[in-house]
Design a binder for this molecule. Structure first.
Ligand SMILES: NC(=O)c1ccc[n+]([C@@H]2O[C@H](COP(=O)([O-])OP(=O)(O)OC[C@H]3O[C@@H](n4cnc5c(N)ncnc54)[C@H](O)[C@@H]3O)[C@@H](O)[C@H]2O)c1
Length: 404
């Protein structure tokens, strides 16, 4: 690819708008690792400084040595100046696309971010939308670009990696590539062929829904497992024993997930994006939200039936939204903490990965001072941990069953 910018009139191969985030930085590293010259434009000064110092601002297994290598080789740099957007042939947008307090998607997040960069867009560029977008945003961006009077091709190529697996999945997952015309799809396919041979072509409208359906499907599966968990638990039965029994050598049910807090920056908000897209007529999605978001309430309700929480110190083990991660965005551990703070005498929290919460205490101290523990995140460090304290452990990481 390094060769592709040669003779193209551009200094670099790729620039990523919002490229210091959880999706952007691994992608920037992956392109640079495959020989592309890459620049990041990001509004976060600390994140840009970290990238230029070859420091990862968050955990992503195997990314750190690659980042060091590509920065040292001069193939990756970052800037807070949007003028860098004009330096590369391929412009990839990876900014966050959250929902607001009313669970309403921000339909103009991408076009607003592009507005800051518009003066630097140049004829001949390919603009790739990588963020998960509200359906119709690709068409809106095409319209916006046309109104600017620049000859810029537009493609939507959604990211499908899971955090923590970026540096393998970027090279292994099939890449969905969509654009209005075959030549632009082929052009975007050539960019991603740097990472994978497996390219799936769709129209922009198909690809927008494909990305949302992927995340919502997963969210609904977690909700089904969580409801089964609550049904079994209410009857004094261990859901994990039931799940293990029914999935054993039975491929049709092999994808039934374990119960647990289903949270994080993507699944919930993308379910709400899809609901908004369908005029809020999305019974399955809304029900999944009620079940998944209700699980911390259910756990505390069950604990209240057994214990006088008002006299107890409760310790929460795990504040990240998933096992092995330092990411606390939209973590249900914090919802659990707020519910318990209202009910218990004291709530103490620990997490072996999280570094951005000054209220966390060392794990040993949390265990020693607590009367009761809740394992909120299935970190591998908790496997086989002996605490000597009663524990609610939906994940069964402690190995004593999932009943609460
Ligand atoms: N996190 C995941 O595992 C994951 C997986 C697949 C898809 N996605 C999607 O990818 C997108 C990005 O998610 P993320 O987790 O990387 O978000 P993030 O918040 O970690 O990163 C976004 C980055 O964009 C920067 N930014 C915000 N506004 C900007 C602007 N106007 N101009 C330039 N930079 C700007 C931020 O400073 C930040 O560094 C979202 O649409 C998300 O749904 C995320």
């Amino acid at each position: 690819m390094a060769a592709s910018s040669e003779g193209s009139g551009f200094d670099r191969d790729v620039v990523l708008i919002g490229g210091c985030g959880h999706v952007g930085l691994p992608l920037a590293i992956a392109f640079a690792d495959r020989g592309a010259s890459v620049c990041i434009y990001d509004i976060s000064e600390p994140a840009v400084a970290a990238a230029n110092d070859a420091r990862l601002p968050f955990d992503e297994p195997s990314a750190a040595p690659l980042l060091e290598r590509v920065v040292a080789a001069g193939r990756l740099r970052a800037a807070t100046d949007p003028a860098v957007v004009g330096t590369a042939e391929n412009v990839v947008v990876v900014i966050g696309t959250p929902v607001d307090d009313h669970l309403d998607p921000n339909r103009t997040a991408i076009t607003q971010a592009l507005g800051e960069c518009a003066p630097y867009l140049r004829d001949g560029q390919l603009l790739v939308l990588r963020s998960t977008v509200f359906p119709g945003v690709t068409a809106l961006v095409e319209k916006t670009i046309a109104s600017l009077g620049v000859q810029v091709d537009v493609a939507f190529c959604p990211e499908r990696i899971a955090e923590g697996k970026a540096m393998t999945e970027l090279f292994e997952l099939p890449q969905i590539v969509s654009a209005r015309s075959a030549p632009v799809r082929e052009r975007a396919g050539r960019l991603f062929s740097l990472l994978t041979d497996s390219i799936v072509e769709l129209t922009p409208e198909e690809a927008e829904l494909a990305k949302l359906f992927t995340n919502v499907w997963r969210y609904i599966k977690f909700a089904a497992a969580n409801q089964f968990y609550m049904m079994a638990n209410d009857r004094g039965l261990d859901f994990e024993r039931i799940r293990k029994g029914l999935t054993q050598d039975y491929p049709r049910a092999a994808d039934m997930p374990a119960a647990g807090f289903a949270a994080g920056p993507c699944l919930f908000k993308d379910t709400m994006q899809l609901a908004a897209f369908n005029n809020n007529n999305f019974t399955l999605g809304h029900t999944a939200m009620t079940i998944n978001e209700g699980l911390p309430l259910y756990v505390v309700h069950r604990l209240e039936q057994k214990y006088d929480l008002s006299t107890m110190t409760v310790g929460i083990l795990g504040m990240a939204f998933k096992g092995g991660s330092d990411d606390t965005r939209s973590s249900l551990s914090y919802k659990l903490k707020r519910i318990l703070e209202f009910k218990a005498d004291e709530v103490l929290c620990a997490d072996p990965y999280v570094t951005d919460d000054p209220n966390l205490l060392p794990q040993d101290e949390v265990i020693a001072r607590s009367d009761l523990l809740v394992v909120a995140t299935p970190h591998p460090q908790y496997r086989g941990l002996v605490t000597g304290k009663p524990a609610a452990d939906i994940w069964n990481v402690l190995g004593a069953g999932v009943r609460v």
